[in-house]
Design a protein around this ligand. Structure first.
Ligand code: GAL
Length: 755
């Protein structure tokens, strides 16, 4: 299911990967020397098979990039190697051999000398263990493949030739082995002992008390480690220790221990949590660290403030729904003057509904009051042909729930969007991704599966909260998750969506590859054009979101098929590598973005994510998450939160509730930022805003804090503009010539420069 990245810079990254890398001396490199064949035959697992005529392949790149474009289904990889007993003799810990196979898209069964040793990331420890159901594990492409065997396992042939055979299955998109590392080695202390920081979020109590759970895990079934465990919290800016504890610890085989730590830290100070284990007999030490999140968004004022979009597009006759987003001490009273005829506003929650018959522009004066004051702002309503005049802000089920999405999880997310207050900052959509479909009935109606017993009821419920609802399908017969697609049912599907009250459609290429394996540009456009007509006939404003991973430079023709947004890349993951590769390569799409036509670098990977049902706390550091939201705001990108909203932690909520940052994303001019400076060390992106000011993003790509210099001349700014830091919402006075800002590792600063 993982897609190859198509944005130019990214392709480059993949193409320059050579097929050999350095492997430590005490390991056998599996980086090159693989044999490959498409198809499926159980005899391909056996040692006796002659694979000399098979193709050769590099394990670090998916097979699509190596001559098998569009191939989905089964394929086998084979590797021959002698495993010398010197490997074992020289090792510190001699009990386990590990086979590291990067990642495999989507499913794998791994055989050593004809015997099954692993499946979809799980080691099959004994010969007799039954195999799990291979296909139930669809979509496990993001898991690191590490198979561990006891050194005396008879499946290993020490000092003889061994044959490693991998049966892999890809259900769509990119397929096969990719990532790193690829090696056979003895598992060392660092391989056995893991400190997992993703099993909980950092919990903030009050303003300064932080609790965090660290999970200590011994992956070995036989080794016991005794030693000293030190946990420290250190301020990033000056290295001052703000917390330290050292204890003796006995880490027994297979131990999984949740260790909570609580300490005090000022809410906006960046810091590091460091865990060190020193093994007593060998003196070997392993250290792992994680950045402690720091909160930059100031507390929401009790006085009323109007947030969210300042311009809203609607087509004549379409049902109108716009929720005025506002914060302040409740109760808030909403009112509007100059509301065009056909619309009404609910004074208790600011929901504007109705419909407008004629094209035209209207300026509505919004007012929100409480006993502490009044906020006023204009809303421009544009009745015309183009909708989504600002990028959609909302939530999508995929990055947390994957295919395990259900009616209950959607309701729960909608409830949380409201109760967390995110709705008051302009977050609007609740989108169902893949996994809701069953089949088409005799009349051609798409029937949701049993996890969605009443789709219309669900849509009504989401609307009743003042939110909008989205859905997912594919132009192919099957979706990427193997569910029913829209092929040949486009018109009927669009009618069904409209009758339920759907406001957003994500339309994902997936199995359309089978219909157009070597798609020309026209063939790429056709299925999207077809659905465009179907949506237009359905007479409901449905945000049309293309998902085909950027093929054929979709940004240059998405508007032609009436798309409101188009994915410019493959799937994002919650890693810096994925985030930075995608985010910093969006420059070339910039000129094509406009109100109602947005480049979509994929959904947010903040909070509790996991592609379901199991979730983990995002692997991005706090700074990387500041980069994520800063960059996506500058890019005028749709922002769809991808985490479990019902378990929002204080940091994630703070990150997603900064109205001045969100205002950049929602700026009515709708101009995407351009890359003012590209570099391996730092980048500067600048976005022109509707009020004549500029938003400037400074991004530190290095692992050290950096003072990033900004030259105003390079930004075409003369005079002495006023500078405001948008994350902290503080004024920095006037600047001239140039200025510098300290930026955390992988972190960002966002400022606004106004005349
Ligand atoms: C992928 C898509 C993901 C998700 C998934 C569902 O192709 O890029 O965002 O929608 O399919 O199966």
């Amino acid at each position: 299911m993982k897609k190859f990245l198509i944005v130019a810079g990214t392709v480059l990254v993949f193409l320059v990967l050579s097929c050999t890398t350095q492997t430590p001396k005490n390991a056998i490199s599996l980086d090159s020397g693989w044999k490959f064949k498409t198809g499926d035959d159980p005899s391909w697992a056996t040692s006796a098979l002659d694979d000399s005529k098979w193709d050769t392949i590099c394990p670090r790149k998916n097979w699509e990039e190596q001559g098998y474009k569009g191939y989905d289904g089964f394929a086998w990889y084979r590797f021959h190697t002698v495993i010398p007993s010197s490997l074992k003799e020289q090792a510190f810990i001699k009990d386990s051999l590990q086979i590291l196979l990067g990642k495999i898209d989507d499913c794998d069964q791994v055989f050593l000398n004809g015997e099954l040793i692993g499946e979809n990331g799980r080691t099959v420890y004994t010969k007799k263990e039954p195999s799990v159901d291979f296909f139930k594990e669809q979509g496990r492409w993001y898991i690191d493949r590490r198979y561990v065997l006891a050194a005396n396992d008879p499946r290993i042939h020490w000092d003889k030739e061994n044959i490693l055979a991998i049966r892999s299955f890809d259900q769509g998109g990119a397929g096969g082995m990719f990532g790193k590392p690829f090696e056979i080695s003895m598992a060392d202390l660092k391989d056995h002992l893991k400190f997992d920081f993703t099993t909980s979020a950092f919990i903030f109590t009050g303003d300064s008390v932080i609790t965090k759970q660290i999970t200590i895990q011994n992956l070995s079934g036989t080794e016991e480690f005794k030693g000293k465990l030190t946990i420290e919290a250190v301020l990033s800016d000056n290295g001052i220790s703000i917390y330290s504890e050292t204890t003796g610890i006995d880490i027994t085989p297979k131990l999984k221990l949740d260790k909570p730590v609580t300490f005090k830290k000022q809410r906006s100070a960046p810091a590091i949590l460091r865990v060190t284990f020193q093994e007593s007999t060998s003196g070997k030490t392993i250290t792992e660290m994680v950045a402690i999140p720091y909160l930059l968004t100031p507390k929401v004022s009790l006085k009323p403030r109007i947030n969210g979009a300042q311009v809203f597009g609607v087509r004549p006759w379409s049902p109108f729904q716009f929720k005025v987003a506002a914060t302040g001490k409740p109760p808030l009273k909403y009112s509007a003057t100059d509301l065009p005829q056909g619309l009404v506003m609910d004074p208790a929650d600011g929901l504007i509904t109705g419909s407008l018959k004629k094209k035209g522009d209207f300026i509505v004066k919004l007012k929100v009051e409480n006993d502490l004051g009044v906020a006023e702002r204009d809303l421009k309503i544009v009745v015309g042909d183009v909708i989504s005049l600002t990028p959609p802000l909302g939530w999508n089920s995929w990055n947390c729930w994957g295919l395990s999405v259900s009616d209950q999880k959607i309701r729960q997310s909608a409830d949380a969007m409201k109760s967390s207050g995110l709705i008051d900052h302009g977050w609007t959509y609740i989108n169902i991704d893949d996994g809701w479909e069953d089949t088409h009935d005799r009349e051609g109606n798409i029937i949701p599966n049993s996890k969605f017993p009443n789709m219309k009821g669900l849509c009504n419920y989401v609307h009743s909260l003042g939110l909008k609802i989205g859905i997912y399908s594919s132009p192919g017969p099957k979706t990427c998750g193997g569910y029913e697609g829209s092929y040949t049912f486009e018109a009927k599907d669009a009618q069904n969506y409209a009758s339920w009250g759907i406001d957003y459609l994500k339309y994902d290429w997936c199995s359309y590859w089978n219909l157009a394996p070597k798609a020309t540009l026209e063939q790429m456009k056709n299925p999207y054009r077809e659905m465009k007509h179907a949506i237009r006939k359905a007479n409901r404003d449905i945000h049309y979101s293309l998902c085909q991973y950027g093929m054929g430079d979709v940004w240059s023709w998405g508007a032609e098929v009436d798309a409101n947004s188009w994915r410019t890349t493959g799937d994002i993951e919650d890693t810096w590598e994925s985030l930075s590769t995608i985010g910093f390569n969006q420059g070339k799409c910039s000129p094509y973005s406009a109100p109602g036509r947005w480049n979509d670098p994929d959904m947010l990977v903040v909070g509790l994510v996991g592609w379901g049902p199991a979730l983990h706390n995002t692997r991005l550091t706090a700074d990387e998450q500041y980069t994520h939201i800063t960059l996506w705001s500058l890019l005028a990108a749709p922002m769809l939160i991808g985490c479990d909203l019902s378990q929002l932690d204080a940091f994630t909520l703070n990150l997603l509730s900064n109205d001045e940052v969100l205002e950049v994303n929602q700026d009515p001019l709708g101009k995407q930022a351009y890359q003012m400076r590209k570099g391996d060390d730092y980048e500067i992106w600048a976005r022109d805003l509707a009020d004549g000011s500029k938003a400037i993003g400074l991004f530190n790509k290095t692992d050290q804090p950096l003072n990033i210099p900004v030259d105003l001349k390079g930004l075409n700014i003369t005079g002495k503009p006023v500078m405001r830091d948008l994350w902290s919402q503080t004024d920095h006075g006037r600047v001239s010539g140039h200025f510098e800002m300290r930026t955390q590792p992988h972190g960002a600063r966002l400022v606004k420069l106004s005349k």
